[in-house]
Structures are given as structure tokens and as C-alpha cells.
Design a protein around this ligand. Structure first.
Ligand code: MTE
Ligand code: MO
Length: 225
């Protein structure tokens, strides 16, 4: 991503704050005109900004929700929301850090560890990475299998002890705690195990695939937060 795009994003950040109090539908229509997806603060969400590169995304009713896990696995599986709720629940309170600079400290997340899902589907010997797909049909993300096994990688269903809202990528999103927030794909509906890392949406535009906070994206000299 070039300098001009970054400056554009900063300009839009101001616009986003101005729109912060508008209703959901207003957010979505602005998002449709804004390819960066940076449109404003999430109403009632207080400290977060709303991002969607796809603009308006159709909400998925809980009963219809499915997480498909396929590719290099011994047991391809479709998890309903009830299936996920029946698995061991993991909670962690950690920071959110967007690569454009905004940060939300001490966010309480809840959901299922990615490693618990991997244990159920059993990666094949050839599996090396995970590709994540979104119900928005556009956004993708990736992790190496090794990264995905860490204890701070969550398939998140709860935020601040509430069910994850649609604006935040609910009913189910990824939360990749140690990396910049663009790794935390919203509206998660597919995990495909692959033999190599498939760079995601922002990575194709120049952001780092290994997006460790404070140690990537040109911030290698910055103190780790
Ligand atoms: N599907 C999808 N996931 C996404 C994005 C997006 O545009 N689409 N934006 C990413 C970026 S850059 C950020 S900062 C966070 C924002 O999450 P929030 O809208 O819950 O604050 O979502 C990440 N996940
Ligand atoms: Mo971001």
C-alpha cells in the first residue's frame, strides 16, 4: 500500500469520527462508497471503528450460521453456532490494535480456540496453513498452522460478555490477538487448510502476512505494545 493510500485512510478517519453517531444503515451505505471500509465508530460499540471492505454485509441468522472447515483435514466438518457453543469456551482480555493507529486496550473476548477446532478436524500431514473466508465474499486472511495452534488465536463469538454484533463481524469472527487487527477476519464462515500460506485481502495490497504488533508493517523499531 502506497503512502497516498495511507494518507487517504487518515483523512477518512476524521470522516469516520464525524459519522460515528449515525445509525447502522447509514454506516453501511457509506461503506459501500468507501473502498477502504473505514467508515466510523460502531454505534454503542464506543471504542471501536467499523471496517468492511465489502460495504453492506447481509446478517446471518444464528440458526443458519455454519463454519465450514475443509481442505487438508482428515475430517471436514461444518460447525453450527450450537456446535461451537457446546465446545470448551475460552476467554481472554487483550488489546486490539489496528495498523492505521487506533487501539482499544483490554477487550474481553470469548469463543472457541482455533486449536480446539483444529483438534476436531485433524490436519493432514501436508497441511501447513489456514485460509479464512468471510460471508462478505471478499475478505480473506491466513495463518500458518503453527501460528493457529497458539493459545491466543480465537474463533470469537463474544465481545465484552455480549454476543458479537453484526457490525463487529458476528455471529462469528476471528480474533488474532498478537497481530494487527486486519488479521481478525469478520463474518468468518470458512477455514480451508492449505499446503502453503495464501496471502489475504490486505496482504495482496502490501501489508505483512506475519502481522505481529510492533514487529511488522514498517514498525520493526517501535516498542512492542
Ligand atoms: N470481513 C472483514 N473482516 C475485517 C475487515 C474487513 O474489512 N472485512 N477489516 C479488518 C480491519 S482492517 C480491522 S481494523 C478490523 C475492524 O473490526 P471492527 O469493525 O470490529 O472494529 O476488522 C478486520 N477484519
Ligand atoms: Mo484495521
Amino acid at each position: 500500500m502506497g503512502r497516498r493510500v495511507v494518507l487517504g485512510l487518515l483523512g477518512l478517519a476524521g470522516l469516520g469520527i464525524a459519522l460515528g453517531s449515525k445509525a447502522n444503515s447509514a454506516l453501511s451505505s457509506v461503506a459501500a462508497n468507501d473502498p477502504t471500509g473505514l467508515t466510523g465508530l460502531i454505534p454503542g460499540g464506543g471504542r471501536f471503528r467499523f471496517y468492511s471492505v465489502a460495504g453492506a454485509v447481509e446478517p446471518t441468522p444464528l440458526t443458519e450460521y455454519r463454519l465450514r472447515v475443509d481442505g487438508e483435514v482428515e475430517r471436514p466438518t461444518e460447525f453450527s453456532f450450537t456446535d461451537l457453543a457446546a465446545m470448551p469456551q475460552t476467554h481472554m482480555t487483550k488489546d486490539v490494535q489496528c495498523v492505521t493507529g487506533w487501539r482499544v486496550p483490554d477487550v474481553a473476548w470469548g469463543g472457541v480456540l482455533l486449536s480446539d477446532i483444529l483438534a476436531q478436524v485433524v490436519p493432514t500431514d501436508a497441511a501447513r496453513a489456514l485460509e479464512f473466508g468471510s460471508a462478505d465474499g471478499v475478505y480473506t486472511e491466513s495463518l500458518t498452522l503453527e501460528q493457529a495452534q497458539r493459545p491466543d488465536m480465537l474463533v470469537a463469538t463474544h465481545l465484552e460478555d455480549e454476543p458479537l454484533s453484526h457490525d463487529h463481524g458476528g455471529p462469528v469472527r476471528l480474533y488474532v490477538a498478537p497481530m494487527y487487527f486486519y488479521k481478525s477476519l469478520k463474518w468468518l464462515d470458512r477455514i480451508t487448510l492449505t499446503t502453503a500460506v495464501e496471502p489475504g485481502y490486505w496482504e495482496d495490497l502490501g501489508y505483512d502476512v506475519d502481522a505481529w504488533v510492533g514487529r511488522s508493517n514498517g514498525r520493526d523499531d517501535a516498542p512492542t505494545v
